[in-house]
Structures are given as C-alpha cells and as structure tokens.
Design a protein around this ligand. Structure first.
Ligand SMILES: [Ca+2]
Ligand SMILES: [Ca+2]
Ligand SMILES: [Ca+2]
Ligand SMILES: [Ca+2]
Length: 165
C-alpha cells in the first residue's frame, strides 16, 4: 500500500513539474518571479521588498530556524527536493566563505549584490523588464540547453547539470 501511494505521489509530482515546465518560454520565468514581490504603485521592486523575499526563501531552507542553512537542510528543504540543481546553485552563490554553511548575513550580502546586478539602470529599483532580462540570462538560458526558448520536461529534470558546472 505504501509503495502504491509513493508511486502515485511521484506521478503527480512529475505531472505538475512537466505542466509548469511546458509554460516556461523566453522571459516568462522572470515575469513569474517578478509577480512574487511587493511593488511600488509604479510596479517597481524596492531593495527592501527584494530582501524580504530572499529572507522568506532562506527561512524555508533553514529548517531548524537557527539562522544558518546547512547543506543538509538545503537538500531536505522542499526547494532542494524539487529543484536540486537550482538549490545547489543557490547554496554556492550564498556561501561566500565556502564553509558549507549559508549564514543569514551571507545571504543578505548576496541578496544586495544580486539586487544591484538586476538593477541595470542603477535607480535602486527593479522593473519588470530588468527582472526578465536577468532571469533569462542567469537561469533560463542555462536550463534551455538547445536554445529553443522553451524548457522541456527533460531539460527541467536535467537542470542540475548546468548549475553544477
Ligand atoms: Ca539551520
Ligand atoms: Ca558560509
Ligand atoms: Ca532599475
Ligand atoms: Ca529547450
């Protein structure tokens, strides 16, 4: 019985992953990510709201809430289970001193650096276009290995490799 339930869960996970992967076209990924942030009335993301999302992501990875995300926690987190490649990319990017622990201040420093990298016109605000361009170059193009502007199910599942290079 347990085995059957596990199989059903697995099938459902694969269906939901392939369902969303099929919709990832071009700058779509950046728009979806942009939608997660609180914005000003002009539709711009402040550094503060950018940081808020980074903190909430970190809190979901720091499973025991001690302010440090260990490698083991990152693997056990929901994010790590579904997108291990992107998770290990996140980990490497945030573990500035390479001691296999992402401390909260490291994550905040990385979030600052990232915000500045996304904000290409340096107005201290991130627009939808800036978000789309950044995610297209930084994430999408690395998963879309055959450059057809669509992330196939296979590319999605193989997303691990381009991030671990
Ligand atoms: Ca922890
Ligand atoms: Ca560290
Ligand atoms: Ca800007
Ligand atoms: Ca593709």
């Amino acid at each position: 019985m347990k085995y059957i339930i596990t199989m059903i869960t697995l099938v459902l996970v694969v269906i939901s992953i392939s369902g969303c992967a099929g919709k990832f076209r071009g700058g779509d990924m950046g728009s979806r990510i942009y939608n997660k942030y609180d914005k000003t009335s002009e539709g711009l993301i402040t550094q503060e709201s950018y940081e808020k999302v980074a903190v909430s992501r970190f809190e979901r990875i720091d499973l025991n809430s001690d302010g440090n995300a260990t490698k083991q926690e990152s693997k056990k987190s929901r994010f790590g289970k579904f997108m291990p490649g992107i998770m290990s990319y996140w980990f490497k990017k945030n573990d500035i001193n390479s001691d296999d622990i992402v401390e909260k201040p490291e994550m905040l420093t990385t979030s600052d650096i990232e915000f500045k990298a996304i904000d290409t016109n340096n107005d201290n605000l991130v627009s939808k276009d800036e978000m789309k361009t950044y995610h297209k170059n930084e994430i999408f193009d690395r998963i879309d290995l055959n450059n057809d502007e669509v992330i196939s199910r296979k590319e999605f599942i193989n997303a691990k490799s381009p991030f671990e290079k």
